[in-house]
Design a protein around this ligand. Sequence first.
Ligand code: GSH
Length: 207
Amino acid sequence: MSLRIYGYAGSINVRKVLWCCAELGLPFEREDWAGPFRSTSEPAFLALNPVGLVPVIDDGGAVIWESNAIIRYLATSRGREDLLPAAPLPRAQVEMWMDWQASDFNNSWRVAFQGLIRNNPDHRDPNAILRSLDTCSRMVAVIDAQLDKAGGYICGGSFTLADIAIGLSIHRWRSFPDRPALANVDRYYERLCERAGFRTYGLNGGP
Ligand SMILES: N[C@@H](CCC(=O)N[C@@H](CS)C(=O)NCC(=O)O)C(=O)O
């Protein structure tokens, strides 16, 4: 049975899964849910994911939600230790950046993104937007310093799942006006743009 992905292609979290599939060379079918598409509060969707968020996958009957859990599962089930090492320490180093991206880093840019890019009326407080931009920029500076130490990618000289997570947040950060100049992050972004999976599913319209 083929892999089915539930979620609209413009969602940052769905993009993680789509890009991961491209890195794995995995064919899939995708259904549009959430965002401007079908509501995730429909019972059919809640039966797949009780918290009502995309992405969700069904891999031959194995149903999984949470974007980072999904890409970990896809890489390990397809034996791709280059993307997620099996040894505890290098694995934890990839996972630490993934977890940080999904929690603190994503939360840092949420208010600025909603206010400045999505024009969300609930996020118009200019001080809250400035705070969000400042916190986010300080976190991107941490990534810049890590790239300086690590080599071409977040965890060293080769591409891992951490680059899918961090790369998509960097793509979003680049939609902000007046960003600080960070040369390592700029070079990293150019390197990611060389990957077919990022070009197809990260640069698929909008931040
Ligand atoms: N922690 C979750 C977050 C998922 C999430 O926030 N998904 C958003 C889209 S990016 C969603 O489903 N929003 C509901 C909607 O748009 O209706 C993950 O990483 O998968």
